[in-house]
Structure formats: C-alpha cells, structure tokens
Write a protein that binds this ligand. Structure first.
Ligand SMILES: Cc1cc2nc3c(=O)[nH]c(=O)nc-3n(C[C@H](O)[C@H](O)[C@H](O)COP(=O)(O)O)c2cc1C
Length: 307
C-alpha cells in the first residue's frame, strides 16, 4: 500500500485528509459512527473569546454544486470549549487543529493564550477570513494579518496555520502571515455569494450574502493553492475548498497542498469523507506511486510522472 502519512517540521498526520473547520462541529457526533484514524486531523468550529450565537436563520441554503452558509461563528466561547469540548475531542485518535478568531488582535491573542496550557491542542488555525461576520474579515489587509498573527505567536507556542480567502492580493497576505510567524496557510475559506428567492425578490439568507462552499469552488481553491505554492515553495499548505472525491484530493495535492481540507463533503456524505484516504491509497497504488509526497506540488514540476 502507498504511504499516505504526512510529516512537517511541526507535526505529523496519519493521512492528508483533514476535516475543515465548521461542518464537522467538534467531531463528537461523527465519532459515534466513524473511525477518526482515517482522518489526518479534525479542525474544530472556530472559537472566540466570548460565546456567540451566530447569525439569524435561515443561514444555510442550496447553491448549484454546493451550499451557501452564513453561520457567523456560533460557538461556546473559549472557557466552555476548554471545560466541555476539549475533554471529548482529546480522546479522538487524530490530530486536533483548534480554529480561533476574534474582533481584534488582542482578542485572538487572549484565545490563543487560554489554549496554551491545554493538552490535545496540536495546532491552532487563525481564521482571518470568515465571510459571515462584520469587522473580522481582516484578511484583505497585510498589516492587519501581520498584527493578528503576531498576537497569536506572542501568546502561543503551538504550530499555527493562518486561514485566508481566495482572491486578489493572496500572495501579499500569505507573505504577511508567514513573516509574522505562521507555520503554514489554510487556503481557502468559503467564497462570498448570494442567492435570491425569485417569488419574493428577497435574499434567501437572513443576512443576504454568505460563503459558497462545495464543488463549485474547487477550481478557485486549486488556483489559490497553486499560486501560494509557486510563491512559497517551502510553506506548509492545507488546501481546502470543493474537495469531495479522492480524485479532487489528488488535484489539490498536485496543486501544492500538503494536507487536504474537506468541509461541504462532511455535510453531504460524512462516510465518504472518512473513505477518502483509502481512495487516495488506491489511486496511488494503481499508478505505482509509493508515497503521497511524490504528487505534492506535481503541477509545478511538469507532472508527477516526470522522473
Ligand atoms: C456550515 C459551514 C460552517 C463553516 N464554519 C467555519 C468556521 O467556523 N471557521 C472557518 O474557518 N471556516 C468555516 N467554514 C468554511 C470551511 O472550513 C471551508 O473553508 C469552506 O467551506 C470551503 O471548503 P469546502 O468547499 O470543502 O466546504 C464553514 C463552512 C461551512 C459550509
């Protein structure tokens, strides 16, 4: 069988398939039926300092080849996350990436600091790109990205991923995050979108716009990962957006991702997501590829078959 384990300077993952922040919640419901050893890491729903209720309903609607969501960072706050959620997810046989966000650099620093002594927090992921909350989409300004990443870096010794959205200026934002101390990047968050009920003429989501996820955004996420890999040949990259099949995951790896995040797929068919690593192994075996690392970034080298 081909090797699918992934190793970075900051940590190892049993498989390249990770559950993206949000759709898997805290993984507890999935853990009743599915084997987390098939997953490289669980990324938690984003945690803020204080609890948040999120946006009003309706906050999720269908979209062609995906869904549009406007959940708005609903979460129990970092204190309850530590006392109620961590004891459960610490037991899962996978790595844990805890996603954090805040309205200021000071807040994200506080959240990271509160998690510093917490066993089982393997990585932090700083969500700099939620399309569904006002005042927190800081990822369109490199100076703000630097400030937030520095605040987390000062408060935490954990390996840190900075999560950015697709779009213009990605390389400058990624550069700001990496220079400020991020150990890697997660690309991409959901892409801003809108749907309208033609019988009423009103937006379908209570907050009008939301984040588009699912196969509709796969080419957008692939381009972001490709662009980041070209600019930062050594960076650790989590490619997220539109992956639902093992074939999609291979594409994401070839674009330059070290790990592949899956969000929408978890809502559509969680069992299929937990089978993706096996599908990847089969894909590699069928082509005589001994190690998944051989396909990572292949699109930058003229293809994985090139000696
Ligand atoms: C219902 C839902 C909730 C989400 N919540 C979060 C979140 O709390 N934090 C975050 O960083 N991303 C969140 N995301 C974005 C996903 O992590 C992911 O970046 C995006 O959906 C693209 O991947 P996908 O096409 O595989 O879903 C959410 C996505 C969905 C669909």
């Amino acid at each position: 069988m081909a090797r699918v384990d992934v190793h970075s300077a900051k940590g190892s993952f049993r498989t390249p398939i990770v559950l993206a922040s949000g759709p898997a919640g805290f993984g507890c419901d999935l853990a009743r039926a599915l084997d987390f050893r098939r997953i490289g890491a669980l990324t938690t729903k984003t945690i803020t300092h204080e609890p948040r209720e999120g946006n009003p309903q309706p906050r999720i609607v269908d979209a062609p080849c995906g869904a549009l969501n406007s959940i708005g960072l609903e979460n129990p706050g970092v204190a309850r996350f530590r006392s109620e959620v961590m004891p459960k997810i610490r037991a899962l046989p996978t790595a844990r990436i805890v996603s954090i966000a805040g309205r200021s650099a000071d807040e994200v620093g506080k959240v990271a600091g509160a998690l510093e002594g917490e066993p089982g927090v393997d990585w932090l992921e700083l969500n700099l790109s939620c399309p569904n909350v006002r005042g927190e989409t800081v990822a369109d300004r490199p100076d703000a990205v630097s400030e937030y990443v520095r605040a987390v870096r000062a408060a935490s010794s954990r390996p840190l991923l900075a999560k950015l959205s697709a779009g213009g200026g990605l390389v400058a934002l990624a550069d700001a995050a990496l220079r400020a101390g991020a150990d890697g990047l997660t690309l991409v968050n959901a892409v801003r979108g809108l749907r309208i009920d033609v019988e009423t003429g009103k937006a379908l989501l209570a907050r009008a716009t939301g984040g588009l996820c699912g196969p509709a955004i796969l080419p957008i996420a692939l381009a972001a990962v490709y662009e980041a890999r070209r600019a930062f040949p050594e960076a650790f990259l989590v490619g997220t957006g539109g992956v639902v099949t093992a074939r999609d995951a291979v594409e994401m790896l070839c674009a330059g991702a070290n790990l592949v995040g899956v969000g929408f797929g978890v809502m559509a068919d969680p069992a299929a997501v937990f089978g993706l690593a096996e599908g990847l192994e089969r894909w590699l075996d069928a082509r005589g590829v001994a190690d998944v690392a051989e396909v990572v970034g292949a699109a930058h080298r003229g293809g994985w078959r090139v000696p």
